[in-house]
Each structure stands twice: as C-alpha cells, then as structure tokens.
Design a protein around this ligand. Structure first.
Ligand code: COA
Length: 158
C-alpha cells in the first residue's frame, strides 16, 4: 500500500531503534499507550519483536507502526502508534488495513485490542474497521499520577 506521502511495509532489523524512539515519544504523552516514561530506548530496540510488525515510512523516517501478536489460539493482539505530527492523515488507517490483510493471509480468525476509554481517536479508527466493544474494564490501569483509567476491549472477527 502506498500514497505519495508514506508507505507501509514489514518492519526490518534496522527499524528497531526508530521504532523504540517512536514508542518512547508516544509514552511521553502519557495518554494513548499503557507504557509511561522512562523508556529505556536501547533495551526496547534490542528486544523489539519485529515479527508481525508493519511500519509506515515517510521520507525514510518511521512515522507509525502496528504490531499483531499472533497467539497460538488463532487471534492476534494489536498495538499501534503514529508519530504525533502525522496523526489525522490516514497513517493509522493504512497500517490497520494492511494489518487486517496480513492477519487474514496468516490464517488468524480474529484481531483483539485494549484501548483507554478516553482515547476517542483510536476508538473511532477501530470502529471504522469494524471492531466492536466486547468489554469495559473499570479502573484497570493505575497510572504514575495515581489515576485509575478504564479500558475497553474490542475485537474484529476476520
Ligand atoms: C490512534 C492513532 C494510531 C490513529 O492514527 P491516525 O494516523 O491519526 O489515524 P487516521 O488519520 O488514519 O484516522 C483514522 C480514523 O480515526 C478517527 N480519528 C482520527 N483522529 C481523530 C480525532 N482526533 N478525534 C476523533 N476521531 C479521530 C477518524 O474516524 C479517522 O477516520 P477518517 O479520517 O476516515 O474519518 C493515533 O492517534 C496514535 O498514534 N495515538 C497515540 C497512540 C495510541 O493511542 N495508540 C493506540 C493505543 S490502543
């Protein structure tokens, strides 16, 4: 998949550091993903599981990624992030469309994810692709601030 601004492709070994840098930047926002700072970027890069990852690349830079962690029970767990300055420009949608295609090719029967209940952008993206709410976890995540955040479980049958 491609347009004139960015391309989606499988992650490769030299994406490790940029993926970890992107992850750390999104963690710094303390809003969309569960991990909060500090992130050990070198350790994250070294331990990154590239299998099942797709990246969005613009002008040679990694600007987004999606991970599908395939379980041996046939479903895949999604995690994704787009660099702040690239949001709202279709990168997340392109990553999700490619991940769904790939999951079908791999024979997965379902995609699952958990999202903070306040994350309207992510929830809108997931709904757009047909994910439905399967559960609401009350005060599931304790944040560094001490706040307790709800999460929504969503799923898409493939
Ligand atoms: C969630 C995230 C991946 C979406 O990526 P994106 O590149 O901005 O998504 P897109 O531009 O493809 O937008 C997809 C859809 O989301 C919705 N959307 C995007 N931004 C939105 C916003 N600020 N408010 C409401 N809906 C929004 C729209 O429905 C949009 O579809 P449309 O353009 O066809 O109307 C991105 O916001 C992000 O990385 N957030 C921080 C990390 C995060 O929350 N990850 C998910 C954890 S579960």
């Amino acid at each position: 998949m491609a347009d004139e601004q960015f391309q989606i492709r499988p992650a490769r070994d030299d994406d490790r550091l940029p993926l970890a840098v992107l992850f750390a930047a999104v963690a710094e926002e303390r809003d969309g993903i569960a991990t909060e700072p500090p992130v050990d970027i070198e350790a994250r890069a070294a331990n990154w599981t590239l299998d099942g990852d797709l990246v969005a690349v613009a002008a040679g830079q990694v600007v987004g990624s999606i991970h599908v962690g395939a379980s041996r029970h046939g479903y895949g767990e999604i995690g994704m992030a787009v660099a702040r300055e690239w949001r709202g420009r279709g990168v997340g949608s392109a990553l999700m469309a490619a991940a769904i295609d790939r999951a079908r090719e791999r024979g997965l029967h379902k995609l699952s994810l958990s999202v903070f209940a306040h994350n309207v952008a992510a929830i809108a993206l997931y709904r757009k692709f047909g994910f439905v709410e399967e559960g609401h976890r009350v005060k599931q995540y304790r944040r560094a601030s001490g706040e307790l955040w709800d999460a929504i479980d969503m799923g898409l049958l493939l």
